[in-house]
Design a protein around this ligand. Structure first.
Ligand code: C2E
Ligand code: MG
Ligand code: MG
Ligand code: MG
Length: 277
């Protein structure tokens, strides 16, 4: 029987691939209206300082409430938006929305906004950021942009140029998902980072995996010898938190502290004194 024959495999997989392609096209199409129709929304996840337990800010995480598909994950639609170029409009929308929200939080709280590598290709990227800060009245010191190393690798010189300008505005830069993808020590050395975020995959495995634990320690040592604070993402349990504290991790974020939720606009002094744990 020709069970694994080429023709049979094609006959079997083709409709499925067609379906995937069709779904992607549909999502790409629907995404063009998502901003205008108010289907995008931003959730905020708390970040805590470990030495004091104090809340230091929130990361803005994008959500898409699709009229028929329900809540679509950014992991699903961001790559499509990057392909179609819709990411420019979406990225600008998220930044404006997050900055406007943060404006109504207590003054010492920062907001971290994720950046797509594609956004760094915009010629007027720095002007866009500057305009949003002026429009919303948010102090640049309260805005942090999270980028992954892929963003930098795409066009090193251009990224470096933009990031330097961004920093001149007073905005800070965090390197996201550190330890995954194209980690290179040269990147850390030549880019003006203000924070390193250890990828959650290491934190989630830190109790079971000696290797994951070793990587966390190494990143902490690296950050500290470069004088760059380190934040651990994906902290779900007190055990993970204790380990990070013991190792001198500066900040943490994860379900243990809080899931991404509605803007904390209404939280005032109470949030200020919220203790971790
Ligand atoms: P990220 O920037 O690394 O964000 C962290 C992700 O981990 C978020 O997923 C968050 O909900 C999740 N997370 C937080 N704490 C925990 C935890 O304790 N355990 C586990 N298992 N997960 C945790 P989310 O919101 O689905 O976002 C996924 C990715 O989508 C983000 O990863 C980011 O790369 C991208 N993304 C989200 N919002 C935006 C945006 O506005 N613009 C761009 N370009 N990308 C975005
Ligand atoms: Mg992030
Ligand atoms: Mg991350
Ligand atoms: Mg991630």
């Amino acid at each position: 029987r020709a069970k694994g024959s080429v023709t049979e495999r094609i006959a079997f997989y083709e409709p499925e691939m067609d379906e995937t392609a069709r779904a992607r096209r549909q999502i790409a199409n629907d995404l063009r209206h998502a901003v205008d129709r108010g289907e995008l929304t931003v959730l905020y996840q708390p970040q805590h300082e470990l030495a004091t337990g104090k809340l230091s800010g929130y990361e803005a995480l994008l959500r898409w409430r699709h009229p028929t598909r329900g809540l679509v994950s950014p992991v699903e639609f961001i790559p499509i938006a990057e392909e179609t170029g819709e990411i420019f409009r979406i990225g600008e929308w998220v930044m404006r929305e997050a900055c406007r929200e943060a404006r109504s939080w207590p003054d010492h709280l920062k907001v971290a906004v994720n950046l797509s590598p594609i956004q760094l290709l915009q010629n007027d990227f720095v002007a866009i950021v500057q305009n949003i800060l002026i429009e919303t009245g948010l102090s640049p010191r309260r805005l942090e942009l999270e980028i992954t190393e892929t963003a930098i690798i795409a066009d090193k010189l251009r990224a470096l140029h933009f990031l330097r300008q961004i920093k001149t505005l007073g905005v800070s830069i965090a390197i996201d998902d550190f330890g995954t993808g194209y980690s290179s020590l040269d990147t850390l050395h030549s880019f003006p980072f203000d924070k390193i975020k250890i990828d959650k995959s290491f934190v989630l495995r830190s109790q079971q995996s000696v290797e994951a634990c070793a990587i966390i320690k190494a990143v902490l040592a690296l950050g500290h010898s470069l004088n760059v604070p380190v934040l651990a993402e994906g902290v779900e349990t007190i055990e993970q938190l204790d380990l990070l504290r013991e190792q001198g991790c500066d900040e943490a974020q994860g379900f243990y502290f809080g899931r991404p939720g509605l803007s904390p606009s209404l939280i005032g002094q109470a949030a200020d004194n919220l203790q971790a744990g």
